[in-house]
Write a protein that binds this ligand. Structure first.
Ligand SMILES: [Zn+2]
Length: 226
């Protein structure tokens, strides 16, 4: 389907306009990605721009972007079969501007959806700000994160340090069942909503690899304050 088929603005003839871009911000769990996503939306909205907030499998289980420090905004919950270009065009067709997209939990997007984000930037001048994890509990890249690394105009590692229990910087999203670090299994198991048996903890490389959870394991999904 071509953009012309839906008679929407900014059909894209390939000429540079204002130069929309695809930006990917990544970091481990608890590093403040969702908080930054909401702040980014606030900053753009204050400038009179209009955007859509998108999420997928957010920890709240509802169609919201929620951050661990208690912020929240209604968002569109993506399904695998949704085409983001159609979503934007539907807004345009309804007379709503879409200047930008805030894409939280981008690691869960399909590869097709990442390509659709690039299309929106290149053909429709929609800015895309994607936020997500880079690697899964096996310390391997999520497919969507890998594609964002490949396609994005800029990739930024968020600078909020999340610490392992030992005090080292944590960059590994360990999946823990009981008191064991698990390195095999389904790529996506949402810990916060999966009951008590599966939880996630950010660890340094050393302790992720040795599976040492430290003298006292912190509660699942909480920032260590000490
Ligand atoms: Zn450690």
């Amino acid at each position: 389907m071509t953009p012309d088929a839906l008679a929407v603005p900014a059909a894209g003839d390939g000429r540079l306009r204002h130069g929309a871009s695809l930006k990917f911000f990544y970091g481990p769990m608890d590093c403040g990605k969702s908080t930054l996503a909401l702040q980014m939306n606030h900053n753009h909205a204050r400038q009179g721009r209009r955007g859509l907030l998108l999420t997928k499998l957010d920890r709240s289980g509802a169609a919201q972007i929620t951050s661990r420090i208690g912020l929240g905004r209604d968002a569109i919950e993506l399904r695998d079969d949704m085409d983001l270009r159609d979503l934007v065009r539907a807004n345009w067709a309804a007379g709503e501007r879409v200047d930008y997209l805030i894409c939280d939990e981008a690691q869960f997007y399909t590869l097709e959806q990442v390509e659709q984000l690039a299309d929106l930037v290149d053909c429709s001048d929609v800015d895309v700000y994607a936020f997500g994890l880079a690697t899964d509990f096996r310390s391997e890249l999520f497919p969507a994160a890998r594609r964002l690394f490949e396609l994005a105009d800029s990739v930024s590692r968020l600078q909020v340090e999340v610490l392992c229990w030992c005090g080292r910087e944590g960059n590994f999203n360990a999946r823990i069942v009981g008191d064991a670090v698990i390195r095999h299994g389904a790529q996506v198991v949402i810990g916060d909503t999966a009951g008590e048996c599966v939880r996630y903890q950010v660890m340094c490389r050393r302790h992720y690899r040795t599976g040492d959870l430290g003298p006292v394991a912190p509660n699942a999904g909480q920032l260590r304050l000490a």
